[in-house]
Design a protein around this ligand. Structure first.
Ligand code: PMV
Length: 330
């Protein structure tokens, strides 16, 4: 099944009268139980479910307007070359939805997180783009359907349509209509996420290629889907019981299992920098001193700390550069 076939199913009658402009925001999300492996690379259908936390006001804002001639992309105030990676990926996504072949877009995006530094800016970017398209082109789709469309841009984008804890159902259907994200009802007001940016350089290998290489060559990949399935159940249970120790242990263990699986790929995929390892040791040292902090990390060298409000002071002492997010602040 192709992306266009999925879109025709969700948008059978497309209106040809766009609004003058539309702006939308979507939060970044950090996976606590990771998505790493596709059962369908065209539709970004995952091998297993995943669970994330959205980062409140940290994310992407996208404004779309119709434009004559050709698409134009501005990111964080800078006009982008059409061959830049952001412009190419966004243009390929927009191609799926143009009301007419010659229809072009003015795209203005602002990220409040470093682009391509493993802080999931592509997830918030595609989610905001999807929401802005929904407005601009008058689709009036529900969030669940928008989650399916955002997934076509980047898998983890389907989770950025929602606030708080979000589960992405793996689904079983070949057309992916049952593979969308959904928020959990649970809130955890004193939970904090600390962003420790150790490098904002572009990553050495993108998640799409890295996932395929892991699946095809890592001897550890065979046990990865069952690890995820077990960790997801444990995390949901820990969230329900507000069992922070269990929550942190499972999230940290899941991230390390993902990185171990990639590390065993041939050739090996190593996102950690020396600074990453040093920061991991600092987390462990803080924990040994009684500050309950855990970490997770994605396809990049940066750490995301998980802790609770009463430990804020110790965290800031241990990581003076940390950017603290309160995912459940109203
Ligand atoms: O959606 P992608 O292709 O950017 O992949 C995201 C992969 C991880 O961030 C490492 C894990 C996840 O679940 O977000």
């Amino acid at each position: 099944m192709t992306k266009s076939e999925v879109i025709t199913k969700l948008l059978p009658k497309r209106r040809a009268w766009p609004q003058a402009a539309a702006t939308a925001f979507a939060p970044a999300n950090i996976a606590l139980c990771k998505y790493w492996g596709k059962r369908d690379a065209e539709l970004n259908l995952p091998t297993a479910a995943s669970l994330s936390i959205s980062l409140g006001r940290l994310g992407s804002e996208v404004t779309l307007a119709p434009r004559a001639g050709h698409d134009r992309f501005t990111l964080n105030g800078k006009l982008l070359a059409p061959e830049s990676s952001f412009a190419r990926r966004a243009a390929a996504f927009l191609d799926l939805f143009r009301p007419a072949r010659e229809f072009c877009f003015e795209v203005t995006a602002t990220n409040t997180i470093p682009t391509a530094a493993g802080l999931a800016s592509s997830a918030s970017g595609f989610a905001a783009l999807t929401l802005a398209l929904n407005e601009l082109l008058g689709w009036r789709l529900e969030r669940r359907q928008l989650s399916i469309l955002a997934r076509l841009g980047s898998g983890s984008a389907c989770r950025s349509l929602f606030e708080g804890f979000v589960e992405w159902h793996a689904g079983e259907k070949a057309n992916g209509m049952d593979s969308f994200a959904e928020p959990l009802a649970a809130r955890w007001p004193d939970l904090r996420v600390g962003l420790v940016v150790l490098s904002d350089k572009e990553k050495p290998i993108g998640s799409r290629d890295a996932m395929a290489q892991t699946r095809d060559t890592s001897p550890l990949y065979a046990v990865w889907p069952e690890t995820v399935t077990r960790d997801l159940v444990a995390l949901k249970e820990a969230i329900r019981r507000r069992d922070f120790t269990r929550f942190g242990e499972v999230a940290e263990g899941n991230a390390l299992a993902m990185h171990a699986t990639m590390l065993a790929a041939r050739p090996s995929i190593l996102y950690c920098l020396p600074e990453t390892i040093e920061a991991i040791h600092s987390v462990h040292a803080l924990r040994a001193e009684g500050c309950e902090v855990y970490f997770t990390m994605d396809a990049g060298p940066n750490l995301k700390l998980l802790f609770r409000k009463p430990d804020l002071r110790s965290i800031v002492k241990g990581f003076p550069e940390v950017r603290v997010v309160s995912p459940f602040a109203t």
